[in-house]
Structure formats: structure tokens, C-alpha cells
Design a protein around this ligand. Structure first.
Ligand SMILES: CC(=O)SCCNC(=O)CCNC(=O)[C@H](O)C(C)(C)COP(=O)(O)OP(=O)(O)OC[C@H]1O[C@@H](n2cnc3c(N)ncnc32)[C@H](O)[C@@H]1OP(=O)(O)O
Ligand SMILES: CC(C)C(=O)C(=O)O
Length: 554
């Protein structure tokens, strides 16, 4: 091959994969209405892709997880290929670990000795899927198998025959046959169909006794719409369609395994093979967890119980040794976390309006994190990209403080500066400390006590302490604060005016406290203050004192 001498990165080295001419394609006009048949291949495709394949204990643990999640079809290995796989299948059967509604599936090449051994592994199973495959693409035909089209078709036909024969030898098991034209997406569609038809001619499936034809994107070579076209073309051209369960098995080489599987469902597929979190050869298989959550988020029952993703992650990472990216769809550690200010603001506003009886509609949160056992602690985290909405959310969520907008506006830049200085996240305690340091000032004057006479018109006597002693201030007005401001003005001779005032309870019952926030005009300067006290009136008087103290300091 000649390459451009100046460019080692030369796109002319590659060609696009095959496409189907399908002008009347139907799949773009459809939507997914229900969950497909899920088939987990974690213990086979996932396992064969690991540097260190799972040991027996890990396989058992993974199996238990798959059963708990509700998988009904599980490919458990390639028992003819290795003793551990064989032993695992025997363990499942002999220890009666396969629930009555679950079918194990095993993979085997179209080779007679391997197929015979596969049936030996399955002796005593109530039901099982025997999955036979051979590769069909031009490069596999020419360079790997050294066979022409007829030769490859013969391998498939013989494989189908040996599988049928093996099943006849063990009639006590309810058998389902599965065939995969491996490298389907890189195979000429009419030829892939021809090979599958040869297999179907042997198996003669019927609606009562169907077989599975599994179309693999063994290597993902095109955009997902091309795969959808291939699947729709196959689905509408294959004979005995009612006797065929059409399955897909996508890989993620281009990052489109999930999308390809979804479009394949639109195109007529009934079943999807994949793995939890997308483990599998090279870039992995279609991630069934993502696929199922995609359905769930559209209001479709995924028919898998994914309510405890942390347990799924724990088992998967323990068994595969692979980590989960913090931004992994639906379950990554950061996927329900917003750092940026406008997102936080929107989330806070939506969460405050969302009620249990409404369909979920919270901006930036496609599902309720609580459905996956994620709490709201993680939803909003504050760093230098955050704004007042996020700061307010954290103070309300963790400290019950509902700051007025004018106080949020004053606090947010301080948090941002602190975060910039720190070079990272501001934890809730630090934000709270900043709030207290900024707005709550019990020095140089503090409230020692008060007496309030509320006979129509409010009259207050407030006992104020400072470093030189204490004094009583008296005033009256319409409400305790107005009376206190009047007392303060009279004593200090300073012009004091309340611009805004808000208060609320923190907590409930005997432990409840009151938070008060005040915005004053002191001698023409706008100044804010806050206080928290068990007593509502004390909180408001102390908030005024905080503002006055802050003004004095300034
Ligand atoms: C896309 C997928 O993921 S398919 C699944 C792949 N998984 C695995 O391969 C894991 C398990 N496999 C194995 O451990 C081994 O391949 C075994 C034990 C099954 C077989 O081992 P070996 O017989 O030593 O063979 P190896 O795999 O090297 O042999 C390939 C031979 O099988 C033939 N072959 C490969 N696949 C198939 C098939 N599906 N059907 C029929 N023959 C096949 C090849 O043409 C080659 O034949 P040759 O020896 O005449 O050239
Ligand atoms: C055996 C088949 C289904 C496979 O794993 C693949 O083609 O990726």
C-alpha cells in the first residue's frame, strides 16, 4: 500500500463498510414501545475480553447479580473452549442454580467436536440455548478461513446440523437454537441472508418452536443508521420470520453500540445481547444498563430491576477489575451533579416545584436520581463555575437556610473567590462558614435580652451588651423590628431604615430555630445581616444588630 509520505495519518487507508439500499426504510418513523428480550453476555463476551477472566467465585457472584436484576436469558460461557466454563455450566445445573424462568445460553463454533462437548456440558438442563456461529465477511472468508461463499455457507449449515443432532441426543432438555453470522455488518447483506437461510433450512423454525438469528456488529464499522438498515432489510427478507427471534449483538468500536441496538429495535429486532456497563471485546458490547435506563427514562418498563446501580457497579468492578467512568450514562458518580451556575439555578427552581404526582420534569436531570438510590447531596456541588443558585441550594439542603435573593447575590461571589483561591470544590461546611462570617456579627454589640409589649402598638426594651457594659434601648413601632430600629436610631442618632426583611423556621418542633435576614439602609449605605436563634424575635433583633455591627466595622 502506498501512503502519503508527509502524512502518517492517512485516511485513504480505509474504506466505508457495506450499506444496504433501502429507500422505503420504515424504522425512522417508529418509536420503541416496549423492552426487548434482554440477553446478558457478560459471562461470555464480557469474560473473554478480560485480561484475567473471572474465576469461579466471580462468575457465581455475577450470575447471582444477573438473576437478581431479572435477566431471563444469560450466555454463561463457551463450555467447549475451557474447563472453567464447562465446570461453571455444570455447577449451575447440578446445584440447581437456574431459576425455572431463566434460560442459559452457551456459545460454540461450528465444529462437530466442540458442539458435542457443548451438549455434554448442558446435560440435565431444563432448557438451554445453543448458540453456534461462524464468520461470513469477505476478509474472514478470504484471509481467515480461506473459503469461498459456498464453503462458509457449508460451515454454517453443518454447524446447524450438528447442533440439531446434539439436541436429539438429549431430548429431556427444551432446546432453542441460535445462529450468528459473525461479522454480519461487514458482510454483503444478501450473502449474510443466504447463509442464515441455509441454517433455517436445517432447523425449520416455526412460531411454536422458534430459533434465534443473532445479527452481530462484531466490529462496529458504520453509523447506527446503517446497522438499522441492515437489520430492517434482513427482517423483511428473511423467510419464516414468525419463527425467527431476531436478535442483535452490537459492539462499541465507534462508540455507537447503544444507539445501534436502539435503532435495530426500531428496525425489527426482538432481542438485544449486551453486557452490564458495556464490558466486552475491545471497546465493549452494548451496555444493557444504559439501554434499559434509556427506556425507563421514556416511561417504558425496562423489565430489569436497576434500582440499586451501586450494587451493580460493585459486582461488575469486583468481577471484571474494570472501573466505571464517573460520567458513565445514568450511573456514573458525577452524572447527577451540576457544578455550573445556570444549571444549578434551574435544578433548584424545578426541584422546588416538582411534586410526586406530576410527571418528572426537572431541567438537566432526565430522571429522578432518587430512583437509582442517589440522593440530592450530589446533585449540586459548588466550585468556581457555580452561581448563587448552587450556593443557595447547598445552604438550604444542608443547613435549612433559605437565603433571600439579595443575600444570595452578595454571598455567591465570595464563594466563587474562595473556590478560585482553593482551586476546587467548596464543600457545604465551607460555604456555611463563609455565610456566617459574612452576615452574622455579634460583635462589638450583642443582644442580651429584650421585653416586648404587644398591646396594639409594639414597645420594646432591648438589653444590649458591648465591651464597656450594657444598656437598655427603648423604642416603639409597628412590629418588633420597627420598634427596635426606632430604639436604635434614637440612641445612636444614625439614620436607619429597613429595606427588606425575611425570616423562616429551621427544622420543626422543639428543636426548631428561626433564621432572620435583614437588609438595612444605614446612613445611605445598604448593609445586610443575619441571625439564627431559638426565638423568632431575638433572631430578627440580632439580624438588625449584625447589619449594624457590620456597618460599624466597615
Ligand atoms: C466474535 C466472538 O467473540 S466469537 C467468540 C470468540 N471466543 C473465543 O474464541 C473464546 C474461546 N475459544 C477458544 O478458546 C478456542 O478458539 C477454542 C478452544 C474454541 C478452539 O481452539 P483451537 O482449536 O486451538 O483453535 P483456534 O481458535 O486457534 O482455531 C481456529 C480454527 O477454528 C476455525 N474456526 C474459528 N471459528 C470457527 C467457527 N465459528 N466455526 C468453525 N470453525 C471455526 C478457524 O478457521 C481455525 O481453523 P484452522 O485451524 O483450520 O485454521
Ligand atoms: C459470537 C458473536 C455473537 C459475537 O460475539 C460477535 O460477533 O461479536
Amino acid at each position: 500500500m502506498t501512503t502519503n509520505p508527509t502524512h502518517r495519518f492517512d485516511h485513504r487507508k480505509y474504506r466505508p463498510g457495506p450499506v444496504v439500499d433501502l429507500p422505503n426504510r420504515q424504522w425512522p418513523g417508529r418509536t420503541i414501545q416496549q423492552a426487548p428480550i434482554w440477553a446478558s453476555v457478560d459471562l461470555r463476551d464480557g469474560n473473554q475480553a478480560l485480561l484475567e477472566p473471572m474465576d469461579v467465585t466471580q462468575k457465581r457472584r455475577f450470575w447471582d447479580l444477573l438473576i437478581r436484576l431479572g435477566f431471563k436469558e444469560i450466555e454463561v460461557g463457551f463450555p467447549a473452549a475451557s474447563q472453567p466454563d464447562f465446570d461453571f455450566v455444570r455447577w449451575l445445573i447440578e446445584e440447581d442454580r437456574i431459576p425455572a424462568d431463566v434460560t442459559v445460553q452457551v456459545l460454540v463454533q461450528a465444529r462437530e467436536d466442540l458442539i458435542r462437548r457443548t451438549f455434554e456440558a448442558l446435560v440435565g438442563a431444563r432448557q438451554a440455548i445453543v448458540h453456534v456461529y461462524n464468520s461470513t465477511s469477505p476478509v474472514q472468508r478470504d484471509w481467515v478461513f480461506g473459503q469461498d461463499r459456498e464453503g462458509i455457507k457449508t460451515i454454517a449449515r453443518q454447524g446447524a446440523h450438528w447442533v440439531q443432532q446434539g439436541a436429539r441426543d438429549y431430548p429431556e432438555t427444551r432446546w432453542t437454537f441460535q445462529y450468528s453470522p459473525e461479522s454480519f455488518t461487514a458482510t454483503e447483506p444478501d450473502y449474510a441472508l443466504e447463509v442464515c437461510e441455509a441454517v433455517l433450512d436445517v432447523w425449520q423454525p416455526t412460531p411454536e418452536n422458534p430459533c434465534i438469528i443473532n445479527l452481530p456488529a462484531t466490529v462496529e464499522v458504520a453509523t447506527p443508521n446503517v446497522f438499522a438498515d441492515q437489520v430492517e432489510w434482513f427482517s423483511t427478507h428473511v423467510s419464516r420470520r414468525a419463527g425467527v427471534i431476531l436478535s442483535v449483538h452490537t459492539h462499541n468500536d465507534r462508540g455507537g453500540a447503544v444507539a445501534a441496538a436502539e435503532l435495530a429495535l426500531l428496525a425489527g429486532a426482538d432481542r438485544v445481547e449486551g453486557t452490564l456497563l458495556g464490558n466486552g471485546e475491545r471497546t465493549g458490547n452494548a451496555d444493557l444498563l444504559t439501554l434499559a435506563m434509556n427506556l425507563y427514562s421514556q416511561g417504558i418498563d425496562p423489565r430489569l430491576d436497576l434500582s440499586d446501580p451501586d450494587e451493580i457497579i460493585r459486582v461488575c468492578t469486583d468481577c471484571t477489575g474494570l472501573t466505571v467512568h464517573p460520567r458513565h450514562p445514568w450511573v456514573g458518580e458525577l452524572v447527577y451533579t451540576a457544578f455550573s451556575g445556570s444549571h444549578q439555578d434551574a435544578i433548584r427552581k424545578c426541584l422546588s416545584r416538582q411534586t410526586d404526582d406530576q410527571p418528572w420534569q426537572v431541567a438537566y436531570l432526565p430522571i429522578d436520581p432518587a430512583d437509582l438510590g442517589r440522593d440530592y447531596q450530589a446533585v449540586i456541588r459548588v466550585n468556581s463555575q457555580s452561581g448563587k443558585g448552587g450556593v443557595a441550594f447547598v445552604l438550604e439542603r444542608d443547613y435549612g437556610l433559605v437565603l433571600p435573593r439579595w443575600m444570595q447575590t452578595e454571598l455567591a461571589p465570595l464563594v466563587q473567590q474562595a473556590s478560585e483561591r482553593r482551586g476546587g470544590e467548596m464543600d457545604p461546611a465551607s460555604i456555611h462558614a463563609l455565610f456566617r462570617a459574612r452576615f452574622i456579627a455579634d460583635d462589638p454589640q450583642w443582644l442580651l435580652g429584650y421585653r416586648l409589649d404587644r398591646n396594639g402598638h409594639d414597645v420594646i426594651e432591648a438589653r444590649i451588651g458591648d465591651r464597656s457594659g450594657e444598656r437598655i434601648l427603648r423604642g416603639e413601632g409597628d412590629g418588633a423590628i420597627a420598634a427596635f430600629v426606632a430604639a436604635w436610631t434614637a440612641w445612636s442618632g444614625k439614620r436607619l431604615r429597613i429595606l427588606d426583611y425575611q425570616e423562616h423556621a429551621i427544622g420543626e418542633g422543639t428543636d426548631a430555630e428561626a433564621a432572620a435576614y435583614v437588609q438595612l439602609d444605614v446612613e445611605g449605605a445598604r448593609i445586610t445581616g443575619a441571625a439564627i436563634d431559638r426565638d423568632t424575635v431575638a433572631a430578627s433583633l440580632r439580624a438588625v444588630l449584625s447589619a449594624v455591627n457590620r456597618q460599624g466595622r466597615a
